[in-house]
Unconditional design. Structure first.
Length: 499
């Protein structure tokens, strides 16, 4: 694991062995790369990485045997990882959580971080599970992506022509996981995707390939990291989701795929908005637009503008939100499906209307919300998952307008549609609606009926004190704002991929 800035104790054991071997930082870096080539790894170790190891940073688990092997050859005797201050069992897990929220300068760092993060996620690491959104890194992530040039990976003398098919296989597999995510929620697909990343994508990224093939593989991996981020986000693992997005952003930069980079910035905007980090959400959405100026097709531009409008609505800036929504509509009017990447195919007129409905809901404009909800639903084309989310937006707006019985009717339909859906975001919608409903009139017959439905379908969401008294710690908090615990009220949806 290449650490991106955490202070460590100097590795005096490695220093001593290097002194014994009479080897410089550059010399060790060269020998480590040679050892990696012997076992088919594409390491990009340089003298800077060696200096970090000497400063106490633990390298990635795959790198440690190469360091030990290089020093063994130089000294003519066996050097163990322990002898040079490295513990394979402890390497990387904590660093991955700490460093994963930062934009890495080099692509090999992103590969190592993603490898460590996915391993920690598969093992249900408590450090990763406890990790939350890190707002302080947003400016450096945006700056790093917008202004850093991709660093070219050294080409091997023997080119791996078989690699030409790898990117296509990755993309096809990711489409399959996307379909499952869309039908059943991120909680259903997360572990399968993590395993695929560890066993197939990381090894592909570490092998040498011709330049054109390398770009395709990094682009496909960025797409996979974006889906991995969505799965974690949808499953309520927000720290992991943010870290997958940021490292995927670095892969997109290396692939030269500016539109995918913009897509991931848009995802970060969506997640920041969901979590109540509205300033970050605005900046990420605008960065997505800046990163793709003159490159993104009209449909993609419309989606990025919709993300900005959502964040503006969250801070209550109705005028700016309306202006940006208008620009989104203008961009969408210029859409040409033949120009669009595959991943934006979900974003049609219905989807744009759904984004607008969310905006006006968060601005507490019930009439406008309902108008766009009508435009966002097609009886045949709208899948149950999307309909469930839109119905919850409609229920919230209807409740806000004072029609309690109709709001309950709409929410009841949403619960039926969402049966089997493993999405923490949908559950958040439902929980926030129920809190607002109880506050209105806990003793109303419709509320009692909905409470019974909740007891049978989502028993863990019920708060008996609220059900009895109608009280709420969140009373007076506007819809769409973050709670004291960082969980947003009526979390935003209409996922920018396939809601």
């Amino acid at each position: 694991m290449v650490n991106l800035g955490t202070t460590r104790e100097p590795n005096l054991l490695l220093t001593a062995v290097m002194d014994e071997a009479g080897i410089s930082n550059k010399g060790l870096a060269s020998r480590v790369r040679a050892e990696a080539d012997k076992v088919g790894l594409a390491l990009f170790t340089d003298h800077v990485a060696v200096r970090r190891w000497l400063n106490g940073v633990q390298p990635h688990a795959d790198t440690i045997p190469c360091i030990a092997g290089a020093l063994s050859v130089k000294l003519g005797r066996k050097i163990t990882p322990t002898e040079i201050g490295f513990d394979l069992e402890l390497t990387g897990a904590v660093d991955g959580v700490d460093d994963g929220a930062q934009y890495p300068p080099r692509p090999d760092q992103a590969i190592d971080l993603l490898d460590t993060l996915t391993a920690a996620d598969l093992s249900d690491s408590s450090a990763l599970a406890a990790a939350g959104w890190v707002s302080t890194t947003a400016p450096s992530v945006i700056t790093g992506y917008l202004f850093a040039e991709p660093q070219r990976i050294e080409l091997a003398t023997t080119l791996d022509e078989a690699g030409k098919d790898i990117a296509e296989r990755i993309r096809a597999t990711i489409r399959y996981f996307m379909d499952l995510d869309f039908k059943f929620g991120g909680g259903h697909t997360r572990r399968m995707l993590l395993f695929y990343w560890k066993t197939e994508i990381v090894p592909a990224l570490r092998r040498h390939h011709p330049e054109a093939v390398r770009r395709e593989i990094f682009g496909a991996a960025a797409d996979a990291a974006e889906v991995l981020g969505w799965s974690a986000y949808d499953d309520g693992r927000h720290g992991a989701g943010q870290r997958y997005f940021i490292q995927g952003l670095r892969l997109a930069r290396e692939a030269g795929d500016d539109v995918m980079g913009g897509q991931i910035l848009g995802n970060l905007s969506h997640q920041a908005n969901y979590l109540g980090n509205f300033s970050d959400a605005i900046q990420f959405a605008r960065a997505a637009q800046a990163a793709t100026t003159g490159k993104a097709p009209a449909t993609v531009r419309a989606m990025f503008l919709a993300m900005e409008a959502r964040a503006l609505a969250s801070i209550g800036d109705a005028r700016a939100c309306a202006e940006v929504l208008h620009r989104a509509e203008q961009a969408f009017d210029q859409s040409n499906p033949a120009e669009d990447p595959d991943w934006i195919s979900y974003f049609d007129a219905l989807e744009l209307a759904g984004e607008a409905a969310h905006c006006f809901r968060d601005l507490s404009l019930s009439a406008e919300t309902q108008r766009f909800i009508t435009e966002a639903i097609d009886p045949i084309r709208t899948p149950p998952r999307t309909r469930a989310f839109i119905d919850m937006v409609s229920a919230a707006a209807t409740l806000g307008a004072g029609d309690l019985e109709q709001a309950v009717s709409i929410a009841t339909n949403a619960v039926d549609l969402a049966s089997g859906l493993q999405s923490s975001r949908y559950v958040r919608y439902l929980a926030d609606f129920y809190k607002s409903l109880v506050e209105k009139n806990a003793s109303h017959s419709s509320v009692r009926a909905f409470t019974e439905l909740m007891q049978s379908s989502y028993p863990l969401l019920l708060i008996p004190e609220q059900a009895r008294t109608g009280s709420s710690q969140e009373k007076g908090r506007p819809e769409g704002s973050a709670s004291a615990t960082g969980t947003p009220q009526l979390s935003q949806e209409t996922r920018p991929r396939s809601a």
